[in-house]
Write a protein that binds this ligand. Structure first.
Ligand SMILES: NC(=O)c1ccc[n+]([C@@H]2O[C@H](COP(=O)([O-])OP(=O)(O)OC[C@H]3O[C@@H](n4cnc5c(N)ncnc54)[C@H](OP(=O)(O)O)[C@@H]3O)[C@@H](O)[C@H]2O)c1
Length: 341
């Protein structure tokens, strides 16, 4: 049987589990799959394609003979093991922030810049979840009418922080409903029944690192260094699905109908836009889906070249695992990667 030898680093995590589901669902051509994690999970059993597979500790030798290594185990693990995996001959697709800004590492969203995959040198970076859904929705519009400025506010689900955050929201929600006090561990404050305008660390310019990722990654993926972008990233008590209120300034006016026509044809996008029946994207219904959902498209009343929209997507799927698998699929489809080398 022809297929690829795939390793998943972080296979026991939220994104890792989604990797496995997506590879199965899309029948990715795999000769073997090797789930890797830290020593804490070594020996655990996972069911993959109806077979029990043992989780192994990630070590330098883990990548011998591997064709594709999908990483989702944090930036530190990626920084250490991705170059080792690439050196061993694997093509690394990395979900962490470790290499996204590196000039010799392509940052890929297959609907936007698949051609950039060609210049990889062993490591390909998967963008941040909030960036992916934004560029999937905006790039088709940008191609028709250049975007000059974006102002975006995000409403990001706790699953974006990993499995510990899901536990924290669940526990705190129960505690609040039972009248008990909460003690935050994952976040600096209570997340249940609250919103936190802090995702990742604060930078000297007053923005958070998450907000700055949206700026730099969007410019790199869209090859548009001069787009002005300002973001406010907010954690909300939602389990899965990031939402974004996006305000766009184009070079010339674009009507909501024109934007709807373009987005109706855009790859990876699904329009849900009918205010008369309260039809608009919601994280609750986007969770588990592959699309980037767009709605509430309207003229920006404050600018003649402006449009405003609401964009929602599953942060674990299109925001992480699905996008990475689509990168691998793009490479196999175009003959840019071959089993065994
Ligand atoms: N969640 C999202 O929406 C999202 C979106 C885009 C990107 N990402 C990125 O994906 C990565 C993982 O996120 P997650 O949400 O899946 O986190 P998670 O649920 O906390 O899982 C973390 C995974 O990393 C593994 N790990 C931790 N330290 C390790 C080490 N030293 N060596 C090998 N494996 C190690 C863990 O293994 P053990 O079971 O052994 O602890 C676990 O499998 C992060 O880099 C994150 O930034 C996440």
């Amino acid at each position: 049987m022809k297929g690829y030898k795939v390793a998943i680093v972080g296979a026991t995590g939220l994104v890792g589990q989604e990797f496995i589901k997506i590879l199965e669902e899309r029948s990715f051509p795999m000769l073997s799959i090797c789930p890797l994690a830290s020593d804490r999970s070594a020996g655990k059993k996972l069911f993959i394609n109806h077979r029990e597979v043992e989780v192994k500790e990630t070590v330098s030798e883990s990548f011998e003979g591997i064709d594709i290594a999908l990483f989702s185990a944090g930036a530190e693990t990626s920084r250490h093991f991705s170059p080792i995996a690439a050196q061993a001959g694997a093509t690394v697709i990395d979900n962490s922030s470790a290499f996204r800004g590196h000039s010799d590492v392509p940052l890929i969203v297959p609907e936007v810049n698949p051609e950039d995959i060609k210049w990889h040198k062993g490591i390909i970076a998967n963008p941040n979840c909030s960036t992916i859904q934004m560029v999937v929705a905006l790039y088709p519009l940008h191609k028709v009418n250049l975007i000059k400025r974006i102002v975006v506010g995000t409403y990001q689900a706790v699953s974006g922080t990993g499995s510990a955050a899901i536990g924290e929201l669940t526990t705190q929600a129960k505690q609040v409903l039972e009248g008990q006090s909460t003690i935050p561990h994952v976040y600096p404050h209570q997340i249940a029944f609250n919103v936190l305008p802090e995702i990742d660390v604060f930078l000297d310019n007053g923005y958070t690192k998450e907000e700055w990722k949206l700026v730099e990654e969007t410019r790199k993926i869209m090859h548009a260094d001069d787009i002005a972008i300002s973001a406010t990233c907010v954690r909300v008590p939602v389990f899965t699905g990031h939402s974004e209120a996006i305000h766009i300034e184009f070079s010339r006016p674009m009507s909501p109908d024109e934007a709807r026509r373009i987005l109706a044809q855009a790859p990876g996008v699904k329009l849900l836009d009918d205010p008369t029946i309260s039809l608009y994207p919601q994280p609750w219904s986007a969770a588990g889906c592959d699309e980037v959902f767009v709605g509430r498209i309207r003229r920006d009343a404050s600018h003649s070249n402006g449009l405003t929209m609401w964009v929602v997507s599953d942060n674990l799927r299109k925001g992480a695992a699905l996008n990475a698998v689509q990168i691998a699929e793009e490479m196999t489809k175009r003959g840019w990667i071959h089993p065994g080398g």
